[in-house]
Design a protein around this ligand. Structure first.
Ligand SMILES: Cc1ncc(COP(=O)(O)O)c(C=O)c1O
Length: 375
């Protein structure tokens, strides 16, 4: 079966009793045992729920893994993955990754780690220590869209006896399958492209190795941050159109990146050539509130990967937890805006950005400055 077909058929043929085409939402916390010592395969929904199983099996198939695990958010998925490591283990991470991942690793779990430019395999190699147990890569990075040579980093990880974990939120298995490129574990904020409609928060892990799959399943059940059946249903529904949506997101993003690149108020565009995400710097930070206040079609909101175009200000939203000096060093400046290019008609997206940049249509200052704390 081709990948596009597998996306459409996610969750199909789950209910032989009725033949329901859409996966049923099993809104049940617990399941009746046929007899002592017997089980239908489902005992209690934290451990296993049929709607979540449908999603988890689809995720495994789509990412080319042996097992998928669905969580209540991308952060919950990452948190579970990080429980694989102990206080004496060291991790190497992408330096400009999602601010929430930085917060979880550095501020909450206090994992010994080194942040490097994972677009440079030599930098990754130089950061290794004898106790390095994992390399966690975002590719493209958030928000600067740097891409990593995943096979090269997988090779470095394997030789060092470390796991390669890839956050595949931005590209999805339609555009990049990290397990095929040598990664051991894939992470998703399924809130984004997988679900795709800005209507649910969800996370996922996908793994190939059986022993690792067993350990993560044990941790998922033990920690308990699982995805509920209604949300699992929404992610499955999103998966069905993922291939179509990604093609449109990508086509639109290419057009918007080219248009922004030629605009006199835009200093630099960061677009990796694939996917629907891009960032750009304005020539002057004073333009930021004007643009965020003037956009009408594009929504000034945090998140990405949904059908609607969203514009985000990383400095105060997604990356607020990274200290200001470090943000500046990384290039996440106060002139940087991030666009999650939606699937609208691209002419409407460009027209909206044009009027917002030029400030010639309904331009207004924000009544309130951008929120001081991100998610
Ligand atoms: C690349 C990436 N990974 C993980 C996360 C966290 O996911 P969630 O918001 O679903 O917890 C995000 C959220 O924006 C993200 O952009």
């Amino acid at each position: 079966m081709k990948l596009a077909t597998a996306f459409v058929h996610a969750g199909v043929r789950r209910d032989p009793a009725t033949g329901a085409v859409a996966v049923p939402i099993y809104q049940s916390a617990t399941f009746q045992h046929p007899a002592l010592g017997q089980s239908t395969g489902y005992d209690y929904s934290r451990t296993k729920n049929p709607t979540r199983s449908a999603l988890e099996e689809a995720l495994a198939k789509l990412e080319g893994g042996s097992r998928g695990l669905a969580f209540s958010s991308g952060m919950a998925a990452l948190h579970c993955a990080l429980q694989l490591f102990g206080p004496d283990d060291h991790l190497v991470l992408t330096e400009d990754l999602y601010g929430g991942t930085y917060r979880l690793v550095d501020r909450i779990l206090h994992v010994p780690c080194t942040f490097v430019d994972t677009a440079r395999p030599d930098a990754v190699r130089a950061a290794l220590r004898p106790n390095t147990r994992a390399i966690l890569v975002e590719s493209p990075t958030n928000p600067l869209m740097k891409t990593a040579d995943l096979p090269a980093i997988a090779d470095i990880a394997r030789k060092a006896g470390a796991l390669l974990i890839v956050d595949n939120t931005f590209l999805t298995p339609w555009l990049q399958r990290p397990l095929d490129l040598g990664a051991d574990l894939v992470v998703h904020s399924a809130t984004k492209y997988l679900a795709g409609h800005n209507d649910t928060v969800a996370g996922a892990l996908v793994v190939k190795d059986e022993a690792l799959a067993e350990r993560l399943t044990y941790l998922q059940n033990g920690i308990g941050a699982i995805l509920g059946p209604q949300d699992a249903y929404l992610v499955i529904r999103g998966l069905k159109t993922l291939a179509l949506r990604m093609e449109k997101h990508q086509a639109n993003a290419r057009r918007v990146a080219a248009w922004l690149g030629a605009h006199p108020l835009v200093d630099r565009v960061f677009y990796p050539g694939m996917g629907g995400m891009l960032s750009f710097t304005l020539t002057d930070a004073a333009l930021v509130p004007q643009v965020l206040g003037a956009v009408q079609l594009c929504l000034f909101a945090e998140s990405l990967g949904g059908v609607e175009t969203l514009i985000t200000y990383p400095a105060t939203q997604t990356h607020a937890d990274i200290p200001a000096a470090r943000r500046e060093d990384l290039g996440i400046s106060d002139r940087l805006l991030r666009l999650s290019v939606g699937i609208e008609d691209v002419h409407d997206i460009v027209a909206d950005l044009a009027q917002a940049l030029e400030g010639n249509l309904h331009s207004r200052q924000l009544r309130h400055p951008p929120a001081a704390h991100g998610s």
